[in-house]
Design a protein around this ligand. Structure first.
Ligand SMILES: [Zn+2]
Ligand SMILES: [Zn+2]
Length: 137
């Protein structure tokens, strides 16, 4: 887990001017494991950052996604979520409780797919749906 100065440096290195709002948005998404939507980020930060608007949150997250600082995920049909973990991993969505779980990928994922052996994978969106362990019990 990166510290606030480390997160700030990541923004600066990516060419982003790290205003208080931009840093807070980045930090929130980075620390959350819930894959929040822009609305959730906004609702969580609006008290702390009085002048924050939902538009600012949207635009900031869109910028971060373009710069590869967050990963946009489209596992739900109706809204976009964001992930601060930009390492390649799969997502499992429980159809019962709606929770989204990170599934780390074991080994070399090129070997999973016929024909991908000689390719360089730079991005992957792998979505699994079903019922989570807790809901199955
Ligand atoms: Zn569940
Ligand atoms: Zn994730």
């Amino acid at each position: 887990m990166l510290t606030r100065p480390e997160l700030k440096k990541k923004l600066v290195d990516a060419g982003v001017r790290p205003s208080v709002q931009r840093l807070a948005i980045f930090e929130y998404v980075h620390r959350s494991t819930a894959h929040p939507t822009a609305e959730v980020v906004y609702e969580s930060l609006r008290d702390e950052l009085g002048s924050l608007s939902l538009t600012t949150v949207y635009n900031t997250l869109k910028l971060y996604a373009e710069l590869g600082l967050v990963t946009p995920i489209q596992i739900d049909d109706n809204f976009q979520r964001f992930d601060g973990n930009t390492n390649i991993h799969a997502h499992f969505r429980c159809n019962n409780c709606g929770e989204i779980f990170d599934l780390p990928i074991k080994g070399d994922y090129n070997a999973w797919f016929d024909g991908a052996e000689g390719m360089q994978v730079t991005d992957a969106q792998l979505y699994l749906r079903g019922v989570c362990e807790k809901c199955l019990q």
